[in-house]
Design a protein around this ligand. Structure first.
Ligand SMILES: [Zn+2]
Length: 89
């Protein structure tokens, strides 16, 4: 007999079971010739307001976790799109 993992009351949350930090995993990708693992998540701890979490790790190193407020994340996102379009011109 199997039991379904307990779903979180926060609708957008991907976490199951006991957790104090709600997290939506939006993307996780191997970047730059497979040397980096990048992730983008929406995170909400307890009754705090939601924020964005950018994670970057190499195969050997500890992950760097950069918390961003929504406006900061949008600025970074716009800059990434601008940089990418310049790089492909
Ligand atoms: Zn949750």
């Amino acid at each position: 007999m199997t039991t379904e993992p307990e779903e979180c009351a926060v609708k957008w949350c991907n976490e199951t079971g006991e957790h104090s930090v709600h997290r939506l995993y939006l993307t996780s990708l191997c970047a730059w010739r497979g040397s980096w693992l990048l992730g983008v998540n929406t995170v909400q701890a307890n009754h705090d307001t939601p924020h964005v979490e950018l994670t970057a790790s190499t195969k050997q190193g500890r992950p760097a976790i950069v918390p961003l407020d929504p406006a900061e994340a949008k600025t970074v996102g716009r800059a990434l799109i601008e940089a990418a379009s310049r790089a492909t011109r």
